[in-house]
Structures are given as structure tokens and as C-alpha cells.
Design a protein around this ligand. Sequence first.
Ligand code: FES
Ligand code: FES
Length: 154
Amino acid sequence: QYVVDILTVVNGVPQQWRVDTRTTLLEALRDTAGLTGTKRGCDQGACGACTVHVDGNRVLSCLMLAAQADGRTVTTVEGLAGELGLHPLQEAFLRHDAFQCGFCTPGQLMSAACLLREPGRTRSDADIREYMSGNLCRCGAYDNIVAAIRDVAA
Ligand code: FES
Ligand code: FES
């Protein structure tokens, strides 16, 4: 068993973790940092429930080792809202009823937040669906998710 000490900034807060080299970023976020907003769905890169941002890019945290986050900046759904309130995407998801059970929602929000930083990618609903295609929703809330994203992108 190999253990490493890493320093990462999570939602603006420096964190020092001692983790097994086999620990995924998803496990470290949930089990070490206690940030359970990031969900474990498939645990093999197929559902998008574990989506977070690393240095501003979306990442499937079940496919990244915690050790790879050393010296990097991680944002989870807990860090999406600002001091003044919910992120506009969170407001839009509420307005458009863009979830049912909510399990996929953190990953949907984190992917959508990256999408908004690529304005050329939100020209049509088809563009939004294509970008969001890695985020599965077992409840089938896709139409309302797209509507919520379109609302904020407009
Ligand atoms: Fe990571 Fe499904 S839990 S993609
Ligand atoms: Fe239930 Fe998407 S709201 S899985």
C-alpha cells in the first residue's frame, strides 16, 4: 500500500490529503473531504454523475486519481453557488423543474457550467444535448435540463 500527501484547493479552500495512490478523486472528495454532493453512479466513466471541474475543465472524478489533483484546483457542486446565492444554472434548474430524484443533478450542473464558458457550443438544443450527452439521467429529465441550460445561455 502506497500513500501520498497531496495539496489541492477545493472550492477555494486549501486541503491537505493523505491518500492511497489508488484512491480516486471521487473517493477523496466524498470520503476524505466529506463533499458528498459529487455522486458515485457507475464508477467507470459512463454516467457523468461524478463530474467536477479541475483547473476549470470538466473531469469525471471516478476516472482521475486523487494524487493527480496535487497542486490543482478542484470545484465541486458545493462550490458552484456564490456568496450572493445560487448559481444561475441552479436557479434555472429549479425554474424548469430539471430534475426528479436529483441524483444526476450535481454532474449535470457541473457539465453545464463548463458548457456556458463555450458560448459557440450553445447555439441550438442539439448542441446542448451533444455537449451534455455524457451526463445520463435515469429519470429522463432531459427536456427540462436542456430548457434550463438554454435559458441561462440565452
Ligand atoms: Fe463517474 Fe459514472 S460515476 S462517470
Ligand atoms: Fe433522477 Fe436525473 S433526476 S437521475
